[in-house]
Design a protein around this ligand. Structure first.
Ligand code: 9MR
Length: 443
């Protein structure tokens, strides 16, 4: 044990007995000395939003790699950063965040595929079906680039209105039709079946009209089979925390989704350490609260200039808020259920040759198709996939393959597949997408 709050022998015995009785409680084991290690004792992560431009700062990266076992790009995976002009994708800074996370064995949360802010100017000037197809293509491309490497994606960020309406925020995306959110989630699932898909928002830190609007959407998505796995509660907090903060997390968890604290920061004041501890305890008390992310490392890294809302001061020294979070983590809590990540249901191929499956994201007048090509019992040096398109449907763009009409050939870099291995390509079209399974031929 280190210098944490002393426990009485009776208290320790009681805690142990209760833990044994319910079989769900973890800790207080040996107190861990970093946020990430302590959160890991109950199967959770403790993360930070990080900026590629700060990775050369030695103090910053020392704290990052010592304390945190999850990272979120503060800006580098947003639409304006990843698709500065339409159809031209730049991943340099996003990849730097990803690689930093992977190098230190951290989870990487993707943030954010679609948002009304930080859109590139070309997207801001689009509307209607042109914007809808550009947005879905964006989701598909970015999630495909990071496929298999992202723990959870904020697929849609901040789509609900503030105030008492409980409804959607007006935005160019919302004006493409109320189904834009579910179309985005379907596209993300098709592109990266292993990533957890989250809806993320702020001012949802308690039971209020906005969080209830989101709750109603999540319940509807779950009832209709729209793929959603988690809800992010940003938790940009002032000097207090709502009394029903934990109850709000729990009601979402009871819908069958994970909950995550995604952008925590707390105004500095007399209560800062207490508010941080209360948020931490609330997450630990909800078994499906899988982790906490703070929105920056040092106060000087924060977007809330002058509010000193983080766990480390400007020189990188731990603040009282840090100690209160670490102590709360070390006190233990419920253990998240170990659910396997959502996985693709592609059947294993049999025989030589290859098979192809297609998943579709459709909207009125258009669709994005993602096609998975899997080699049979022999390696392939090339493949050709033919897709039956209904009359009136035309392919308008293709990625990771070349096409002539409805026949698609491998690109230079994805024709060679080991036996049983898979690759993906995609295309966008007008009209209605393919209804039948595609055929695949080796060569
Ligand atoms: O911290 C981010 C800041 O550097 C950007 O300038 C800003 C642009 O809008 O976005 C900040 O991050 C936001 C996050 O992406 C979504 N939730 C609110 C965060 C704080 O504004």
């Amino acid at each position: 044990m280190n210098g944490n709050a002393p426990r009485t022998v009776l208290g320790a015995l009681l805690a142990g007995a209760v833990a044994a009785a319910v079989g769900m409680l973890a800790g207080p084991a040996d107190a861990a000395t970093t946020l990430g290690a302590s959160a890991a004792q109950t199967g959770r992560y403790f993360g930070a939003a990080i900026a590629a431009g700060r990775l050369g700062d030695a103090t910053y990266t020392r704290i990052l790699s010592t304390e945190f076992n999850s990272v979120t790009p503060e800006n580098e995976m947003k639409w304006d950063a990843t698709e500065p002009s339409q159809g031209r994708f730049t991943y340099t800074n996003g990849d730097r965040i990803l690689n930093q996370g992977l190098a230190q064995g951290a989870k990487v949360r993707g943030h954010a595929l679609l948002w009304h802010q930080q859109q590139p100017s070309w997207a801001q000037s689009l509307s209607g079906s042109a914007l809808r197809s550009a947005a879905i293509n964006h989701v598909t491309q970015v999630a495909t680039h990071y496929r298999g490497q992202i723990y959870a994606w904020d697929v849609v960020n901040e789509a609900f209105a503030d105030g008492g309406s409980g409804g959607r925020r007006d935005s160019n995306l919302q004006r493409t039709g109320n189904d834009w959110i579910e179309a985005a989630f379907r596209a993300a699932r098709a592109a990266d079946p292993a990533a957890k898909l989250c809806y993320n928002d702020y001012n949802t830190d308690g039971i209020n009209a906005k969080s209830t609007g989101i709750y109603t959407m999540v319940r509807d998505f779950k009832s209709r089979g729209v793929p959603i796995d988690c809800v992010g509660f940003q938790s940009h907090l002032g000097t207090s925390i709502s009394g029903d903060y934990q109850a709000n997390l729990q009601r979402f968890a009871d819908l069958g989704v994970d909950v995550q604290i995604t952008e925590l920061d707390v105004a500095q004041g007399g209560n800062q350490a207490n508010v941080y501890a209360a948020v931490t305890r609330a997450c630990l008390a909800v078994s499906r609260c899988t982790g906490i992310t703070v929105w920056g490392i040092r106060d000087s890294d924060s977007w809330r200039t002058g509010e000193n809302p983080l766990l480390f001061d400007n020189s990188g020294t731990k603040k009282a808020a840090y100690t209160s979070v670490l102590n709360a983590l070390n006190a233990g809590g419920s253990t998240p259920p170990s659910d396997p990540p959502p996985s693709s249901t592609t059947p294993p191929p049999s025989g030589a040759g290859c098979t192809a499956t297609v998943s579709l994201n459709s909207w009125t007048g258009g669709y994005v198709a993602t096609v998975r090509v899997t080699a049979g019992s022999s390696a392939l040096t090339g493949w050709t996939v033919t897709v039956a398109l209904p009359s009136g449907s035309a392919v308008t763009s293709t990625w990771s393959a070349t096409n002539s009409g409805n026949t698609f050939r491998n690109a230079d870099y994805n024709g060679q597949l080991a036996a049983g291995a898979s690759t993906e390509f995609g295309f966008q079209g007008t009209g209605t997408g393919p209804a039948a399974a595609p055929t695949c031929q080796a060569g």
